[in-house]
Ligand binder design. Structure first.
Ligand code: ADP
Length: 261
Protein backbone atom coordinates (compact mmCIF):
# COMPACT_ATOMS: atom_id res chain seq x y z
CA UNK A 1 0.00 0.00 0.00
CA UNK A 2 2.68 2.48 1.12
CA UNK A 3 6.18 1.59 0.00
CA UNK A 4 9.69 2.97 -0.30
CA UNK A 5 11.74 1.63 -3.18
CA UNK A 6 15.51 2.07 -2.80
CA UNK A 7 15.12 5.49 -1.21
CA UNK A 8 18.16 7.68 -0.52
CA UNK A 9 18.09 11.12 1.09
CA UNK A 10 20.46 13.86 2.33
CA UNK A 11 19.30 17.05 4.04
CA UNK A 12 21.74 19.18 2.03
CA UNK A 13 23.26 18.79 -1.38
CA UNK A 14 26.65 17.14 -0.95
CA UNK A 15 25.92 16.23 2.71
CA UNK A 16 26.23 12.58 3.77
CA UNK A 17 23.24 10.38 3.03
CA UNK A 18 20.87 10.07 5.98
CA UNK A 19 19.07 7.21 4.21
CA UNK A 20 20.87 5.02 1.73
CA UNK A 21 18.90 2.74 -0.57
CA UNK A 22 16.15 1.82 1.90
CA UNK A 23 13.19 -0.26 0.73
CA UNK A 24 10.20 -1.13 2.85
CA UNK A 25 6.57 -1.90 2.35
CA UNK A 26 3.57 -1.35 4.57
CA UNK A 27 0.65 -3.53 3.58
CA UNK A 28 -2.93 -2.39 4.10
CA UNK A 29 -3.96 -3.18 7.69
CA UNK A 30 -0.39 -3.77 8.83
CA UNK A 31 1.60 -2.11 11.60
CA UNK A 32 5.25 -1.75 10.64
CA UNK A 33 7.82 -0.65 13.21
CA UNK A 34 10.91 1.38 12.32
CA UNK A 35 13.54 0.68 14.92
CA UNK A 36 17.16 1.71 15.23
CA UNK A 37 19.48 3.88 17.30
CA UNK A 38 19.28 7.68 17.52
CA UNK A 39 20.12 9.28 14.21
CA UNK A 40 19.56 6.10 12.19
CA UNK A 41 17.00 7.84 9.97
CA UNK A 42 13.63 6.78 11.42
CA UNK A 43 12.06 10.26 11.52
CA UNK A 44 13.48 11.08 8.10
CA UNK A 45 11.92 7.87 6.71
CA UNK A 46 8.51 8.86 8.12
CA UNK A 47 8.88 12.32 6.50
CA UNK A 48 9.64 10.66 3.16
CA UNK A 49 6.68 8.28 3.53
CA UNK A 50 4.34 11.20 4.25
CA UNK A 51 5.62 13.13 1.22
CA UNK A 52 6.96 15.99 3.40
CA UNK A 53 10.45 15.29 2.06
CA UNK A 54 11.34 14.14 -1.45
CA UNK A 55 13.90 11.36 -1.93
CA UNK A 56 17.16 12.21 -3.71
CA UNK A 57 16.80 8.88 -5.48
CA UNK A 58 14.33 6.02 -5.34
CA UNK A 59 10.55 6.33 -5.03
CA UNK A 60 7.82 6.37 -2.41
CA UNK A 61 4.50 5.02 -3.63
CA UNK A 62 0.97 4.97 -2.24
CA UNK A 63 -1.11 2.23 -3.87
CA UNK A 64 1.44 2.21 -6.68
CA UNK A 65 1.30 5.97 -7.38
CA UNK A 66 4.38 8.10 -6.81
CA UNK A 67 3.63 10.29 -3.74
CA UNK A 68 5.62 13.09 -5.40
CA UNK A 69 2.95 13.19 -8.11
CA UNK A 70 0.01 13.42 -5.67
CA UNK A 71 -1.23 16.79 -4.43
CA UNK A 72 -0.53 17.71 -0.81
CA UNK A 73 -4.27 17.80 -0.09
CA UNK A 74 -4.83 14.38 -1.59
CA UNK A 75 -1.91 12.93 0.41
CA UNK A 76 -3.07 14.60 3.63
CA UNK A 77 -6.48 12.96 3.26
CA UNK A 78 -4.85 9.53 3.08
CA UNK A 79 -1.82 9.82 5.37
CA UNK A 80 -1.64 11.61 8.73
CA UNK A 81 1.48 12.11 10.82
CA UNK A 82 1.60 12.04 14.61
CA UNK A 83 4.83 13.94 15.29
CA UNK A 84 7.15 13.49 18.24
CA UNK A 85 6.43 16.80 19.92
CA UNK A 86 2.77 17.31 20.59
CA UNK A 87 3.07 20.58 22.48
CA UNK A 88 0.80 23.34 21.38
CA UNK A 89 1.63 26.89 22.34
CA UNK A 90 -1.89 28.02 21.58
CA UNK A 91 -4.96 27.91 23.68
CA UNK A 92 -6.99 25.50 21.57
CA UNK A 93 -9.43 23.07 23.10
CA UNK A 94 -9.10 19.36 22.45
CA UNK A 95 -12.05 19.52 20.02
CA UNK A 96 -10.44 22.41 18.11
CA UNK A 97 -7.18 20.42 17.81
CA UNK A 98 -9.11 17.46 16.37
CA UNK A 99 -11.09 19.72 14.01
CA UNK A 100 -7.77 21.00 12.61
CA UNK A 101 -7.36 17.51 11.20
CA UNK A 102 -10.27 18.32 8.87
CA UNK A 103 -8.47 21.21 7.10
CA UNK A 104 -7.27 19.13 4.13
CA UNK A 105 -10.93 18.22 3.51
CA UNK A 106 -12.17 21.83 3.37
CA UNK A 107 -11.92 24.15 0.42
CA UNK A 108 -10.42 27.62 0.77
CA UNK A 109 -12.37 29.79 3.27
CA UNK A 110 -14.80 26.92 3.99
CA UNK A 111 -15.57 26.45 7.68
CA UNK A 112 -15.97 23.07 9.33
CA UNK A 113 -19.53 21.81 8.97
CA UNK A 114 -21.73 19.29 10.78
CA UNK A 115 -20.02 16.35 9.05
CA UNK A 116 -16.59 17.55 10.16
CA UNK A 117 -17.84 17.98 13.71
CA UNK A 118 -19.30 14.51 13.71
CA UNK A 119 -16.07 13.00 12.32
CA UNK A 120 -14.07 14.90 14.96
CA UNK A 121 -16.33 13.66 17.77
CA UNK A 122 -16.13 10.13 16.42
CA UNK A 123 -12.32 10.37 16.51
CA UNK A 124 -12.44 11.70 20.09
CA UNK A 125 -14.71 8.79 21.04
CA UNK A 126 -12.42 6.27 19.31
CA UNK A 127 -9.49 7.50 21.39
CA UNK A 128 -11.40 7.71 24.66
CA UNK A 129 -11.14 11.49 24.84
CA UNK A 130 -14.70 12.61 24.17
CA UNK A 131 -14.99 13.80 27.80
CA UNK A 132 -12.04 16.13 27.22
CA UNK A 133 -13.36 17.98 24.18
CA UNK A 134 -13.86 21.34 25.91
CA UNK A 135 -10.57 21.21 27.84
CA UNK A 136 -7.71 23.49 26.74
CA UNK A 137 -5.13 21.20 25.13
CA UNK A 138 -2.33 22.74 27.22
CA UNK A 139 -3.99 21.53 30.45
CA UNK A 140 -4.10 17.85 29.45
CA UNK A 141 -1.68 15.21 30.76
CA UNK A 142 0.95 13.74 28.42
CA UNK A 143 -1.13 10.62 27.74
CA UNK A 144 -4.31 12.64 27.15
CA UNK A 145 -2.48 14.98 24.76
CA UNK A 146 -1.14 12.04 22.81
CA UNK A 147 -4.63 10.53 22.50
CA UNK A 148 -6.06 13.87 21.31
CA UNK A 149 -3.29 14.24 18.72
CA UNK A 150 -4.00 10.69 17.52
CA UNK A 151 -7.69 11.66 17.32
CA UNK A 152 -6.76 14.68 15.18
CA UNK A 153 -4.72 12.44 12.87
CA UNK A 154 -7.66 10.02 12.63
CA UNK A 155 -10.07 12.84 11.78
CA UNK A 156 -7.65 13.83 9.01
CA UNK A 157 -6.92 10.44 7.48
CA UNK A 158 -8.31 7.11 8.54
CA UNK A 159 -6.16 5.16 6.04
CA UNK A 160 -2.57 5.49 7.22
CA UNK A 161 -1.08 6.91 10.41
CA UNK A 162 2.65 7.55 10.67
CA UNK A 163 3.60 7.80 14.34
CA UNK A 164 6.98 9.12 15.48
CA UNK A 165 7.92 7.73 18.91
CA UNK A 166 4.30 7.73 20.10
CA UNK A 167 5.13 6.67 23.68
CA UNK A 168 8.50 8.36 24.15
CA UNK A 169 7.60 10.81 26.92
CA UNK A 170 4.92 8.77 28.64
CA UNK A 171 4.97 6.82 31.89
CA UNK A 172 4.47 3.00 31.73
CA UNK A 173 0.72 3.24 32.34
CA UNK A 174 0.19 5.67 29.46
CA UNK A 175 2.60 3.70 27.26
CA UNK A 176 0.40 0.62 27.64
CA UNK A 177 -2.72 2.70 27.08
CA UNK A 178 -1.41 4.20 23.81
CA UNK A 179 -0.23 0.76 22.61
CA UNK A 180 -3.69 -0.70 23.33
CA UNK A 181 -5.36 2.25 21.55
CA UNK A 182 -3.21 1.82 18.44
CA UNK A 183 -3.90 -1.93 18.34
CA UNK A 184 -7.63 -1.29 18.67
CA UNK A 185 -7.64 1.31 15.88
CA UNK A 186 -5.76 -1.16 13.70
CA UNK A 187 -8.04 -4.12 14.44
CA UNK A 188 -11.40 -2.39 14.59
CA UNK A 189 -10.92 0.34 11.97
CA UNK A 190 -8.27 -1.27 9.79
CA UNK A 191 -5.92 1.73 10.19
CA UNK A 192 -2.54 0.99 8.61
CA UNK A 193 0.43 2.30 10.59
CA UNK A 194 4.15 2.88 10.58
CA UNK A 195 5.58 3.52 14.03
CA UNK A 196 9.09 4.66 14.84
CA UNK A 197 10.20 3.67 18.30
CA UNK A 198 13.16 3.05 20.58
CA UNK A 199 11.05 0.79 22.68
CA UNK A 200 11.69 -2.74 21.48
CA UNK A 201 9.02 -4.14 23.77
CA UNK A 202 6.46 -1.73 22.36
CA UNK A 203 7.55 -2.79 18.86
CA UNK A 204 7.09 -6.44 19.85
CA UNK A 205 3.59 -5.72 21.21
CA UNK A 206 2.36 -3.66 18.29
CA UNK A 207 4.14 -4.46 15.09
CA UNK A 208 3.51 -7.29 12.66
CA UNK A 209 6.71 -6.37 10.83
CA UNK A 210 9.87 -4.43 11.59
CA UNK A 211 12.45 -2.54 9.57
CA UNK A 212 15.79 -2.27 11.39
CA UNK A 213 17.68 0.90 10.48
CA UNK A 214 21.30 1.57 11.27
CA UNK A 215 23.30 4.46 9.82
CA UNK A 216 20.62 5.05 7.20
CA UNK A 217 20.56 1.49 5.91
CA UNK A 218 18.03 -1.26 6.50
CA UNK A 219 20.04 -4.09 8.08
CA UNK A 220 17.01 -6.39 8.31
CA UNK A 221 13.29 -6.34 7.59
CA UNK A 222 10.52 -8.84 8.00
CA UNK A 223 8.10 -10.40 10.47
CA UNK A 224 8.78 -9.16 14.03
CA UNK A 225 9.32 -12.71 15.24
CA UNK A 226 12.00 -13.32 12.59
CA UNK A 227 13.98 -10.08 12.86
CA UNK A 228 13.75 -9.17 16.56
CA UNK A 229 16.64 -11.44 17.52
CA UNK A 230 19.49 -11.25 20.02
CA UNK A 231 21.95 -10.96 17.13
CA UNK A 232 20.08 -8.08 15.47
CA UNK A 233 19.71 -6.21 18.79
CA UNK A 234 23.49 -6.53 19.22
CA UNK A 235 24.16 -5.24 15.70
CA UNK A 236 21.72 -2.33 16.09
CA UNK A 237 22.55 -1.07 19.56
CA UNK A 238 25.80 -2.79 20.59
CA UNK A 239 23.91 -4.38 23.45
CA UNK A 240 23.71 -7.98 24.60
CA UNK A 241 20.06 -8.71 25.32
CA UNK A 242 17.82 -11.61 26.13
CA UNK A 243 15.02 -11.95 23.59
CA UNK A 244 12.39 -14.43 24.71
CA UNK A 245 8.71 -15.18 24.59
CA UNK A 246 6.94 -13.80 27.61
CA UNK A 247 4.03 -16.07 28.48
CA UNK A 248 1.97 -13.45 30.34
CA UNK A 249 2.66 -10.64 27.86
CA UNK A 250 1.95 -12.96 24.93
CA UNK A 251 4.77 -11.55 22.78
CA UNK A 252 8.56 -11.35 22.62
CA UNK A 253 10.30 -9.29 25.26
CA UNK A 254 13.76 -7.81 25.06
CA UNK A 255 15.87 -7.40 28.21
CA UNK A 256 19.10 -5.45 27.60
CA UNK A 257 21.88 -6.99 29.73
CA UNK A 258 25.18 -5.29 28.86
CA UNK A 259 26.86 -3.04 26.33
CA UNK A 260 29.20 -5.13 24.20
CA UNK A 261 31.06 -2.56 22.12
P1 ADP B 1 16.14 9.10 14.11
O1 ADP B 1 14.70 9.44 13.98
O2 ADP B 1 16.44 7.66 13.85
O3 ADP B 1 16.74 9.57 15.41
P2 ADP B 1 16.58 11.19 12.14
O4 ADP B 1 15.88 10.82 10.89
O5 ADP B 1 15.94 12.19 13.05
O6 ADP B 1 16.94 9.85 12.95
O7 ADP B 1 18.03 11.74 11.79
C1 ADP B 1 18.90 11.08 10.90
C2 ADP B 1 20.09 12.00 10.63
O8 ADP B 1 19.64 13.15 9.93
C3 ADP B 1 20.79 12.48 11.89
O9 ADP B 1 22.18 12.50 11.65
C4 ADP B 1 20.25 13.88 12.06
O10 ADP B 1 21.20 14.71 12.69
C5 ADP B 1 20.02 14.32 10.62
N1 ADP B 1 18.91 15.29 10.51
C6 ADP B 1 17.64 15.12 10.95
N2 ADP B 1 16.88 16.20 10.66
C7 ADP B 1 17.68 17.08 10.03
C8 ADP B 1 17.49 18.38 9.47
N3 ADP B 1 16.29 18.99 9.51
N4 ADP B 1 18.57 18.99 8.89
C9 ADP B 1 19.77 18.38 8.84
N5 ADP B 1 20.03 17.15 9.33
C10 ADP B 1 19.00 16.50 9.93
Amino acid sequence: MLAAHGVSFAYDRGAPLVLDGVSLSIERGGIVGLIGPNGSGKTTMLRLLSGTLKPASGRVTLDGADVGALSRRHLARRIAVVPQDTHSAFDFTALEIVLMGRYPHLSAFELEGATDLSIARDALAATGTIGLEARPFATLSGGEKQRVVIASALAQASDVLLLDEPTASLDPGFQLEIAALLLRLNRERGVTMAVSTHDLNLAATLCSDLVLLKGGRAIAAGATRDVLTRENVRILYGVDADVADHPRAGHLIVVPLARVE
